[in-house]
Design a protein around this ligand. Structure first.
Ligand code: SAH
Length: 206
């Protein structure tokens, strides 16, 4: 089933073999409610509790490819959710730092990541709008919830030459945006496809 998902993603335009290999390796079904077990390798998002979702595999693959990741890079993720996206980045060789605002999702994803042995994924319970200044700068930043505006605190935590990818917008759909920080501290912007994400919200929920 996983192999079929990989072929589907390939047919949808994902060409980075590292992304496809990662998706081929990760047991997505273990990140989901057993009620959805038979659907885990469909290219769909599913509820994970607290009104949140595990992203659609195509979306995960698109963002992972667009990050232009290199092995050994330090990546900040906002929105741990199930932990699945973090695993894809870790499988691609990244050192992942991931923040989640729901305590319950933070706890569940941590257990799951430990079960699978992902010690290179560091998870934090907190508000992603603040990022992790004490661990900055990051080579890459990925926001996996729809941001109304680009969080300025996160731009400061990106190293020169670094890349941030995020879905931007307030409507039902959001445009995927990539910003590359220049050595002078400016940003070069690229616009990608349309996606549908749950909103990025301020504050944390105990
Ligand atoms: N990357 C996740 C996708 C989860 S959906 C996965 O692979 O499963 C987006 C997640 O972002 C939700 O869990 C939501 O609670 C979280 N989120 C939204 N706003 C946030 C914020 N300000 N800080 C941290 N997490 C946030």
């Amino acid at each position: 089933m996983r192999q079929e998902l990989v072929e589907l993603l390939r047919s949808k335009g994902i060409s980075d073999e590292r992304v496809l290999t990662a998706i081929n390796r990760i047991p997505r079904h273990t990140f989901m409610d057993p009620a959805f077990l038979g659907h885990a390798y469909e290219d769909k998002a599913f509820q994970i509790g607290e009104g949140q979702t595990i992203s659609q595999p195509y979306t995960v693959a698109y963002m992972s490819e667009w990050l232009e990741l290199e092995s050994g890079m330090r990546v900040l993720e906002v929105g741990t959710g199930s932990g699945y996206q973090a695993c894809v980045l870790a499988e691609m060789g990244a050192e992942v730092y991931s923040i989640e605002r729901f305590k319950k999702l933070h706890d569940t994803s941590r257990k799951q990541l430990d079960l699978l042995g992902y010690q290179r994924i560091h998870t934090f319970f907190g508000d992603g709008y603040a990022g992790l200044p004490e661990l900055a700068p990051f080579d890459r930043i990925i926001i996996t919830a729809a941001a109304k505006e680009i969080p300025q605190a996160l731009l400061k935590q990106l190293r020169p030459g670094g890349i941030i990818v995020l879905p931007l917008g307030t409507g039902d759909d959001q445009l995927m945006i990539k910003l590359t920080k220049t050595s002078g501290g400016d940003f070069r912007k690229e616009v990608g496809d349309n996606f549908r994400f749950v909103p990025m919200l301020p504050g944390k929920v105990e």
